[in-house]
Write a protein that binds this ligand. Sequence first.
Ligand code: GTP
Ligand code: MG
Length: 223
Amino acid sequence: FSTVSTMTDGDYDYLIKLLALGDSGVGKTTFLYRYTDNKFNPRFITTVGIDFREKRVVYSTSGPNGTTGKTFKVHLQLWDTAGQERFRSLTTAFFRDAMGFLLMFDLTSQQSFLNVRNWMSQLQANAYCENPDIVLVGNKSDLSDQREVQEKQAKELAEKYGIPYFETSAATGSEVDKAVITLLDLVMKRMEQCVEKTQQESPNGGGSGKLEPLPAAERKCAC
Ligand SMILES: Nc1nc2c(ncn2[C@@H]2O[C@H](COP(=O)(O)OP(=O)(O)OP(=O)(O)O)[C@@H](O)[C@H]2O)c(=O)[nH]1
Ligand SMILES: [Mg+2]
């Protein structure tokens, strides 16, 4: 596994844009606030349009035999979209520029889980490619007595889509970091593949062996 630790200042090697989507009230804003500030906000203030949070992390690839490979400074931009229908055309317009997606539902709402399929088609229609990096997140795992979605159901859906699944709680912080890091890992691996491919195609261009962030158009190659 790759490792990620927090960093506060200095330059960065990569700007990675992740986007949270899902029904209103599933906990997107609260989840991102837990991830960036390690705090919980119990009040529901619905997001109007779009918002974003940021965090710097150090990302290390794993080398052979568990050694640390390359290390990169990553500036994470976390886009927080409104789940409400009335903002749909605005929020889906942001899908195109995100590199990875946290597709969230509420474990205490069967309806929010049923809507995951709709969000998935919105993603396929509007993301940078038909097969973007996505992590499925069932949030509010702390509310076990109100649970309406069984882990098995959600796991089956995630398997069908071929994406990882996590049950998180923004209230306790359980699995929150893991879900984000897994998504970051997928995005970084896709970018690395893409760079390797580019270097193979033009050996003169990649002489330094250092990974460079790629413009949006070139990222498409690993889809
Ligand atoms: N118990 C519990 N409550 C949570 C959790 N995550 C979010 N909430 C609460 O659920 C409510 C809705 O959370 P938000 O983060 O505002 O929901 P949202 O998905 O951003 O909603 P929109 O902005 O309308 O799309 C708030 O009252 C949160 O405190 C959780 O993991 N556990
Ligand atoms: Mg919100």
